[in-house]
Ligand binder design. Structure first.
Ligand SMILES: [Zn+2]
Length: 90
């Protein structure tokens, strides 16, 4: 089945390490679905180097608790603006 329309809203972490992505897809038959994901290319606010990423991978390997990803927003108006954009997807 083919997509007819796609909409996407993105909220980036203040430090740029990750982003919250909300996608809305309208399919050929009229079905509508949503996908919410956190995407990153560099894990951890404080460990953005290769060594930091290896440290993070080591924690995972030994079963220690880790934050896989998060989006930190320090400005309420940025969050409010994002929420309004998400409402626009409905
Ligand atoms: Zn961050």
């Amino acid at each position: 089945m083919n997509k007819t329309q796609e909409f996407m809203e993105i909220l980036k972490c203040d430090c740029g390490c990750s982003m919250l992505v909300v996608e809305k897809t309208i399919w050929e038959d009229g079905d509508i679905d949503f996908d919410i994901s956190i995407q990153d290319s560099r894990y951890d606010h404080n460990n953005t180097t290769i060594l930091g990423r290896i440290k993070g991978a080591t924690k995972i390997l030994f079963g220690k608790p880790v934050y896989y990803s998060d989006v930190y927003i320090s400005k309420p108006e940025v969050y409010k603006n994002f929420v309004e954009k998400m409402r626009g997807l409905i």
